[in-house]
Design a protein. Structure first.
Lengths: 258, 232
C-alpha cells in the first residue's frame, strides 16, 4: 500500500485555498484580533523552535551524566600528555549553540574533559565518557583551568564568558570512564578539589590586574560612598558600559526568541 | 502567553476598533501557517527532549520501551523501538514507537537508558525486504511482538557496517592523578595568594599616605588657595 506524505496533502490544501481566494466571500476582519492570533502562534512556535533546531544540528552526549547538548563548533584547544605525566591531556569542548539553515547561535558553554574520553561517533554526534561536574559559575573555571578559561573567553567564534554575570555553563571532569571504572571515591575527590579551590579566582584576578586591581578596588570603595546621578544611571542603561573592540565583535549570549 | 493575552485585551480597550476586508481563505491560511509552524517546532522540541538512539549515520528519538533481543542461531540481534517521543516539559508523549531499528547486540552500547549508542550504520528496509527478513522465524516473532503486521506496516531499519567499533585498549592512556592535580592547584593558590596579599598591603600603604596628605596643614592651605580665586 502506497503511503502519501502528509506534507503533500498540506501543500495541496494551501494551493486550493490560494486558488479559491479570488472567488471567496469577503468579511470584515478585526485587525487587532488577527495580530494577536499571529503573535500567539509565533510565541508558541518560538519557544519550541530553538529546541527543534538544536535537534537538527550537531550534538554532544555526555554519556556518564546522561545529558545531551547541542553544539555549533568543534574543540578549541587541547593539551597533550606523556607516558610519564600524571595528568591527562585535556580538551576544551564548547557546546550550547547550534547551526541550522539560515540561523546559527554561537556556543556559550564549555566542557573541559580528558581528550581521550571523547569519541566521534559520526560527524554530527560526539560522545564524552567522562563524568563532568557543572561548576557553580563560569568564572570558577579560572581557578581550576585558567588557560582554557582565558582561551575561550576571548575566542571569536564563541559567546562564552567568565564575567560575574555570565550565563555560560562549565562542565569539568578529570576521569576517563573508558580507561578505568570511576568510583565514588574518585568523584568525591574531584568534587572536593573543585569546591575547595573556587576562591583562587578572586586572588588570581587581583594578582593578574596588578596596580589596576588596586585602582578598581578604590573605585569600588568610592562608588559605595558616592551615588550615581540619575542622568549617569540613565546613560549607562541606554548606552551600556564601554567595550573594547574584541568584546564588541564577539557573538552575543542571547538566543533568538519567537 | 498570558502577557500576550493581557496585551491583546489592553489594546482592545486602548485602540479604536479597526476592521479590514479580507476573504475568509486568507484568514484560514494564516491559521494554517501558525498551526504548521507550531507543529514543526513542537515535534522538533519533543524529539530533542526524548530518549535517543544515536548511530553512525542517524539519530532517532525514542519513547521509553524496552529493547528486545533475539538470536538467529549465529548472532544475537537487538531490536530498539524508535521514532516515538516523550516531551516531559509539556506532559505529553507519543504513546508508542512507530518504527524499529535492528542491529547486532554487540554493536549496541548503553551507559544509561536515555542515550543508547549503536556503533553501526542503519539502512531503511523496504516492505519487500522486511518480508524476506520475516521468513526467518525468530525475526518474524520479534517483529510481530513489536506490532508489525501486513495491515499495520512499520518502518524497519537494519544496522550493520561499523566504522567506529574498536578495542578499548585504544584509550588505555590518559592518567588521572587527582593528587597531582590538587598539588598543582595548591601551588596556584599559594602564588596568587602571595600576589594578592602584596597588592592589598600596597593599597593599605597608599590609603595611609592619602589620609596623611589630606590631614596635613600644607594640603589644607593649598586647597584654600585654590578655592579663593574661584570665590572672587
Amino acid at each position: 500500500m502506497r503511503v502519501i506524505n502528509p506534507v503533500y496533502g498540506l501543500i495541496g490544501f494551501i494551493a486550493l485555498l490560494l486558488l479559491i481566494t479570488p472567488f471567496s466571500r469577503v468579511y470584515q476582519v478585526n485587525v487587532l484580533f488577527t495580530i494577536s492570533l499571529i503573535a500567539s502562534a509565533s510565541y508558541a512556535s518560538g519557544v519550541w523552535i530553538v529546541a527543534a533546531l538544536r535537534d537538527r544540528g550537531d550534538t554532544v552526549i555526555f554519556m556518564k551524566d546522561s545529558v545531551r547538548k547541542s553544539r555549533a563548533t568543534g574543540t578549541i584547544s587541547e593539551s597533550g600528555e606523556t607516558s610519564t605525566g600524571r595528568l591527562p591531556g585535556l580538551i576544551a569542548l564548547p557546546y550550547g549553540g547550534f547551526i541550522a539553515t539560515a540561523v546559527n547561535v554561537a556556543d556559550k558553554n564549555l566542557a573541559v574533559v580528558p581528550a581521550s574520553s571523547i569519541e566521534v561517533l559520526s560527524p554530527s554526534t560526539t560522545l564524552v565518557y567522562c563524568p563532568t561536574s557543572p561548576l557553580k559559575n563560569a568564572r570558577e573555571l579560572k581557578s581550576i583551568m585558567t588557560f582554557f578559561a582565558k582561551s575561550a573567553d576571548v575566542h571569536g567564534f564563541l559567546s562564552f564568558s567568565t564575567d560575574r554575570k555570565s550565563r555560560s555553563e562549565v562542565r569539568f571532569g578529570l576521569f576517563n570512564g573508558l580507561v578505568t571504572p570511576i568510583t565514588t571515591e574518585n568523584l568525591m575527590d574531584q568534587e572536593r578539589m573543585i569546591n575547595s579551590k573556587g576562591g583562587i579566582v578572586d586572588m588570581l584576578e587581583r594578582s593578574e590586574g596588578g596596580e589596576d586591581s588596586n585602582r578598581e578596588e578604590l573605585q569600588r570603595m568610592i562608588r559605595t560612598v558616592k551615588k550615581q546621578s540619575p542622568m549617569d544611571r540613565a546613560k549607562s542603561i541606554l548606552f551600556g558600559s564601554r567595550k573594547t573592540d574584541s568584546e564588541s565583535d564577539r557573538p552575543t549570549q542571547r538566543e533568538p526568541q519567537g | 502567553m498570558s502577557c500576550i493575552v493581557a496585551l491583546g485585551v489592553g489594546a482592545n480597550y486602548m485602540f479604536p476598533e479597526m476592521r479590514v476586508p479580507a476573504p475568509w481563505t486568507i484568514f484560514l491560511l494564516i491559521i494554517t501557517g501558525a498551526l504548521c509552524s507550531s507543529f514543526y517546532a513542537f515535534t522538533g522540541a519533543a524529539k530533542y527532549s526524548s530518549l535517543t538512539l544515536a548511530a553512525e549515520n542517524h539519530r532517532f528519538s525514542r519513547y521509553k520501551e524496552p529493547i528486545r533481543f533475539v538470536s538467529d542461531g549465529l548472532i544475537t540481534w537487538a531490536a530498539v523501538p524508535i521514532k516515538g517521543w516523550n516531551f516531559l516539559r509539556t506532559f505529553v508523549n507519543s504513546g508508542k514507537n512507530p518504527a524499529i531499528a535492528i542491529c547486532p547486540a554487540e554493536m549496541l552500547e548503553q551507559e544509561s537508558e536515555y542515550y543508547t549508542i549503536a556503533r553501526c550504520n542503519f539502512y531503511h528496509l523496504t516492505s519487500r525486504a522486511v518480508e524476506v527478513l520475516m521468513r526467518k522465524k525468530s525475526f518474524n516473532r520479534l517483529l510481530t511482538e513489536l506490532g508489525y503486521s501486513p495491515a499495520r506496516k512499520m518502518e524497519v531499519y537494519l544496522g550493520f557496517q561499523s566504522g567506529t567499533l574498536h578495542p578499548d585498549a585504544t584509550h588505555v592512556r590518559s592518567p588521572s592523578d587527582m593528587a597531582a592535580y590538587a598539588r598543582s592547584l595548591a601551588t596556584d593558590e599559594r602564588l596568587y595568594s602571595q600576589g594578592s596579599v602584596d597588592l592589598a598591603n600596597q593599597l593599605n600603604r597608599q590609603l595611609e599616605l592619602w589620609q596623611r596628605i589630606q590631614g596635613s596643614e600644607t594640603t589644607r592651605a593649598v586647597v584654600r588657595h585654590e578655592e579663593e580665586p574661584k570665590q572672587q
